[in-house]
Write a protein of this length. Structure first.
Length: 559
């Protein structure tokens, strides 16, 4: 027997039937005497972000075996945001976060694993993995599958963001269909998650900053020997975690969450991090709010010059030392809680002792010369969003916008209006009934935001939605507007032509309609019928909470 661990599934006379079942798949007496380690994989063949995770899992299992454990792999679904973008499939994306977390939780309970490794790649597989780790609180560690290297087109590095925006350029007439075809053929040259500081790399960076991975787990690209070495090291590390009895909730402290927020801000990360960090905190029993995210994120300078707004991708971050370089700079600026524990036993600051700032590069800027003086998010409130709305400040070049509302009750209608050139400078595009309950599933709007950019309207149009945005979105794009339209939030009361005033410095978003008129509209408003009456979409709409609470599911739909 390895250490003091005695597996609940295989130990004792009463577990002979379970041992017989496991012998059927080739396990031996020696295997059954070892701790049983669950490997929760999110491999699917239908997209590149998770396509390679079977091979990654094999290396994890080698590490587990070499360290004295018996690994047993199980799988979940994975809905890919880029694949789902712009059509009904995007409603499945955020819902999949809950389904993946649920399935990992069920696997852990059903098989009574001694410890757990979770492996993620695309956007929702990562937060779902951490949510499951926090729920089960089994000795656990997370492994990212890594990102895709950039493609090259006409002498410049390109990502999937460029393809989405190129589609808008074709509709504007500034790019040909043939050019678009050439770009789509080279933008994603191999497997791995989307390469910019979009949601996948945002969350991998946040999870590393939380202390739930081996060191330098976020940045190395998917097709690399280093990524496979990280997989092997993760397999070995989980055995140490098991025998040290380190649990996720030991690591997921308030200080650790502040570190994660700081790293997301410093790297110009996706607004989706707001949803996912709130969900992590809910699962870990930490009282984290939108105000906390604003307070911490607004004091942090943006240090990494990364797409969608900047020049570089995660592969470039890997070349200059990875996320530890950013962590070290935050530590030097006293913007990092360096004494927090990590899952592998050492303090986060101890991991950074030998990290030095790389000279002769501008991927990561030093503290004296940040990309921007502040990174992070602006949490806007006002008559249009009493419970808050989220803006990625690094993607917005304007601090004020005032204009007439152009109102759409679903994403497809907004997209059609944009490509038909019906949106003009000064407009405020409203896309509502796309929130967690209303969508249901809180669709990302990359097709819409990319169309705005492709039409040349990024600097003159604002967009407000109770849906959310891809990490690749940029511009004056305000999401997560709460309460959402489906539950009678003020967004449901907006009429075509109403004046909306956005003031980022004041953190306000105002519907300039008299209170008396809004009261009349509120009394006349009726909630639309649910879009789904059966199946997972209907269940989710019943159970999901507000985006201001992380859009988690609770038994009564109220966090």
């Amino acid at each position: 027997m390895s250490g003091n661990v005695r597996n609940k599934l295989t130990a004792g006379v009463e577990r002979a039937p379970q041992r017989a079942m496991l012998r059927a798949i080739g396990l031996t007496d020696d295997d059954l005497e070892r701790p049983i380690i669950g490997i929760a994989n999110t491999w699917v063949e239908a997209q590149p972000c998770n396509y390679h995770l079977r091979e990654v899992a094999q290396r994890v299992k080698e590490g587990v075996r070499d360290a004295g454990g018996t690994p047993l792999e199980f799988n979940t679904i994975a809905v890919n945001d880029a694949m789902a973008m712009g059509h009904e499939g995007m409603k499945a994306s955020l819902i999949s976060r809950e389904v993946i977390a649920d399935s990992i939780e069920l696997g852990v309970v059903g098989y009574q694993f001694d410890a757990l490794v979770t492996i993620g790649g695309c956007d929702k597989t990562q937060p779902a993995s951490v949510m499951a780790m926090a729920r089960t609180n089994l000795p656990s560690i997370y492994l990212y599958g890594g990102s895709i290297p950039p493609g090259e087109w006409n002498g410049k590095k390109v990502t999937i963001q460029d393809v989405f925006e190129a589609a808008g350029a074709v509709s504007r007439g500034t790019m040909t269909v043939q050019q678009l075809h050439e770009l789509e053929c080279v933008a994603c040259p191999t497997f791995g998650a989307c390469g910019g500081m979009f949601t996948a790399n945002t969350m991998s960076s946040a999870i590393e900053a939380l202390g739930l991975t081996v060191p330098n787990c976020a940045a190395p690209v998917a097709p690399s020997g280093l990524r496979m070495q990280l997989a092997y090291d993760t397999g070995r590390a989980v055995m140490k975690i098991l025998h040290s009895n380190i649990r996720p909730r030991d690591i997921m402290t308030r200080d650790a969450f502040e570190n994660a927020i700081s790293v997301v801000a410093a790297m110009g990360g996706s607004t989706n991090a707001v949803l996912h960090l709130l969900a992590f905190a809910y699962e870990a029993g930490i009282n984290l709010t939108l105000d906390d995210i604003e307070r911490v994120g607004s004091r942090v300078p943006e240090l990494a010059d990364l797409k969608p707004v900047g020049k570089y991708v995660m592969a470039d971050v890997a070349q200059v030392g990875g996320v530890p370089v950013v962590l070290k700079l935050l530590k030097e600026a006293q913007l990092l809680h360096a004494d927090v524990p990590t899952v592998t036993g050492e303090a986060l600051g101890d991991r950074l002792e030998n990290v030095t700032f790389p000279t002769g590069q501008d991927v990561v800027h030093d503290l004296a010369n940040p990309v921007r003086k502040t990174g992070g998010f602006a949490i806007l409130r006002g008559s249009l969003a009493p419970d808050g709305a989220v803006l990625k400040t690094t993607g917005a070049s304007r601090s004020v916008h005032k204009g007439p509302a152009r109102v759409f009750d679903r994403e497809e209608d907004a997209y059609s209006a944009i490509v038909a050139k019906k949106i003009v400078p000064g407009d405020v595009v409203i896309v509502r009934y796309e929130g967690p309950k209303g969508g249901p599933g809180m669709r990302e709007m990359l097709a819409v935001t990319a169309a705005i950019v492709g039409q040349g309207l990024k600097e003159s149009v604002a967009l407000i939605t109770d849906g959310r945005f891809s990490g690749a979105s940029h511009g004056l794009m305000i999401g997560h507007t709460s309460p959402e339209a489906q539950v009678g939030g003020p967004l449901a009361l907006v009429k075509e032509g109403d004046i909306i005033n956005i003031e980022i410095e004041k953190r306000t978003i105002t519907l300039e309609v008299p209170v008396e008129e809004l009261d009349l509209r509120r009394r006349a408003w009726r909630a639309p019928a649910p879009k789904y009456k059966h199946g997972v979409f209907a269940k989710y709409a019943k159970l999901v909470t507000s985006a201001s609470k992380g859009a988690v599911c609770t038994v009564d739909g109220a966090a």
